[in-house]
Design a protein around this ligand. Structure first.
Ligand SMILES: Nc1ncnc2c1ncn2[C@@H]1O[C@H](COP(=O)(O)OP(=O)(O)OP(=O)(O)O)[C@@H](O)[C@H]1O
Length: 260
């Protein structure tokens, strides 16, 4: 089976700090692949490289066999890499529907002028996109809130909007940055089961950065562990839990991070 995503020797520096230092691993299609590691290990930097926000100093990233190493963020999105940001400033005054439609912008063919003039082609296209937005909202139990301003939803509801907005981009690979941060145990279980449904029903592969070990261990097919920018382990949850290098990396740091 060929990998959906492949990283080879990826390096990112901030001055003297090597945030990523020769990171190599691959993500197989149809899996939940988690990236874990202590604070400052390079996880967010990795997501920024994969989504085209940061450029690598050295190394190569391939998505479906295409070199995306120096590709612009919007092109990477269009290729099928969608990202839900941690604590993203969702437009709180805008409705859930408007936020999800924003996620579909990259897919829209009609230009600004056609949309502005309400040309029939643009109206038709918008209707098709709206239908899909309703389907995605239904999938994440957000349908009843489509007309509500995002700011009025519960914290857990807003996190679901983040995921829905990323799914609205129709990604093949969904990048998630701490999707259960700040959630209670029930909400965490709910999001975990939701991600499994996304994987199985929408055929979306998931790359997850998460501090919550219980969730990571229960949901992941494969785990890559970063420490000081290096990948120190890669394997199935059981092997990762028993890996001495991983235990060593976490010694002195809590296995789960408290979030506000
Ligand atoms: N924009 C930046 N400028 C300078 N240094 C940075 C920048 N972003 C990250 N770093 C440094 O790079 C290293 C990796 O940071 P990164 O945020 O990727 O880690 P992380 O694993 O996501 O941490 P956390 O779990 O705390 O979110 C850290 O030493 C951090 O201080």
């Amino acid at each position: 089976m060929s990998a959906l995503l492949e990283l080879e020797g990826v390096e990112v520096r901030f001055g003297a700090v090597k945030a990523l230092d020769g990171v190599t691993f691959s993500v197989q299609p149809g899996t939940i692949h988690s990236v874990i590691g202590p604070n400052g290990a390079g996880k967010s930097t990795l997501l920024n490289v994969l989504s085209g926000v940061y450029r690598t100093k050295a190394g190569r990233v391939e998505f479906e066999g295409k070199d995306i190493t120096r590709m612009r963020a919007d092109r990477i999105t269009r290729l099928g890499v969608g990202r839900a940001f941690q604590n993203i400033a969702l437009s709180g005054d805008q409705t859930v529907q408007e936020n999800l439609m924003l996620g579909r912008h990259a897919l829209m063919k009609s230009g600004f002028v056609a949309n502005g003039l309400r040309l029939p082609s643009a109206v038709r296209e918008e209707r098709v996109h709206l239908e899909r937005v309703h389907e995605i909202a239904d999938f994440l139990d957000l349908e009843p809130f489509l007309e509500s301003p995002v700011g009025e939803l519960s914290y857990g509801g807003q996190k679901r909007v983040e995921i829905a907005r990323a799914l609205a981009m129709e990604p093949k690979l969904l990048l998630l940055d701490e999707p259960v941060a700040g959630m209670n145990a029930n909400e965490k279980r709910y999001v975990s089961s939701l991600l499994k449904v996304v994987l199985e029903s929408l055929d979306v592969t998931i790359l997850l950065v998460e501090h919550d070990m219980e969730m990571v261990m229960s949901i992941s097919d494969q785990i890559t562990v970063l420490d000081f920018g290096r990948s120190i382990a890669d394997g199935v949850p059981k092997d990762i839990q028993e890996d001495p290098a991983v235990i060593g990396a976490y010694l002195g740091t809590p296995a789960t991070k408290e979030t506000p």
